[in-house]
Design a protein around this ligand. Sequence first.
Ligand SMILES: NC(=O)c1ccc[n+]([C@@H]2O[C@H](COP(=O)([O-])OP(=O)(O)OC[C@H]3O[C@@H](n4cnc5c(N)ncnc54)[C@H](OP(=O)(O)O)[C@@H]3O)[C@@H](O)[C@H]2O)c1
Length: 270
Amino acid sequence: MFDLSKFSLKGKTAVVTGGGRGIGKAIAIGFAKAGAKVAITSRKVDDLEATAAEIKSFGGVAFPIQSHLGKMDEIRKMVDAAMEKLGGRIDILVNNAGASPNTLSVLDSDERLWETIMNLNLRGLYFTSQAVAKIMKNQGGGSIINIASIDGFKPEFGVSVYSISKAGVRMITNAFAAELASCHIRVNTIAPGPFDTKMMNSHWFHLTPDEAKKQKAALERVLPMGHIGNPDEIAGAAIYLASDASSYTTGAEIVIDGGVLLSHIQPVQD
Ligand SMILES: NC(=O)c1ccc[n+]([C@@H]2O[C@H](COP(=O)([O-])OP(=O)(O)OC[C@H]3O[C@@H](n4cnc5c(N)ncnc54)[C@H](OP(=O)(O)O)[C@@H]3O)[C@@H](O)[C@H]2O)c1
């Protein structure tokens, strides 16, 4: 008989990359509230420490680990540090850290932009997964959650390289899920639509605060559910995929976009 306690993360350990702000922070807090010990990583220590303090304020356990996941040597160091902080076990990995610098069109994207995005969104995600999957295999299993984007289904104007990287993230999920199912490692994708974070707001970086507010309001008016997602609206799906409640779910994609993919709008318009 199904038991609600399967949604609990009590006794589990998790790594959430990009866990200092935005969607990663909401997931890290959700995991800690569900009982997991959480290691959060990103480049900026201040964000990590603030999030760790918030988690500790409600009795959760969080460890900040500074790391640039676009660099191969830092990936290895981050995974070693997480193993040490989490007591030699990683049950859950959320590959959430991502970058989306703006460009104008496919004609303007240069090699530097390509490398910045691909080194983090694809290479970083792949090799973080590989390092943690080896640990999970030795442990007898685990859950990996990759944060893609609805842009990986349908390209968004102005962020072609990002869209390509996110399509790649979906395939990383499939490749790892297919090969690692027999090791009891489940690998799934969450594909967010528009969420109110620093990344989302950077689309309007060139506007004055008043103009940006107007653009945001205009976007909300055309969104099917009438609002840009709040990062908290993603945590539940991550808890489900991390927990034993999803024990037979692997290679799946959960789109969390308030219906945007089903509509005919571009999520961000200037
Ligand atoms: N917000 C949206 O509308 C939306 C939509 C679809 C998908 N997503 C995806 O959701 C994920 C989270 O994005 P978000 O919206 O929460 O954006 P965000 O607020 O900009 O957060 C991105 C996180 O990634 C970290 N990060 C960036 N570059 C890094 C690097 N080189 N090494 C390690 N960490 C790095 C950032 O911290 P530091 O800067 O301190 O390193 C930050 O914690 C991303 O994968 C994004 O593509 C977001």
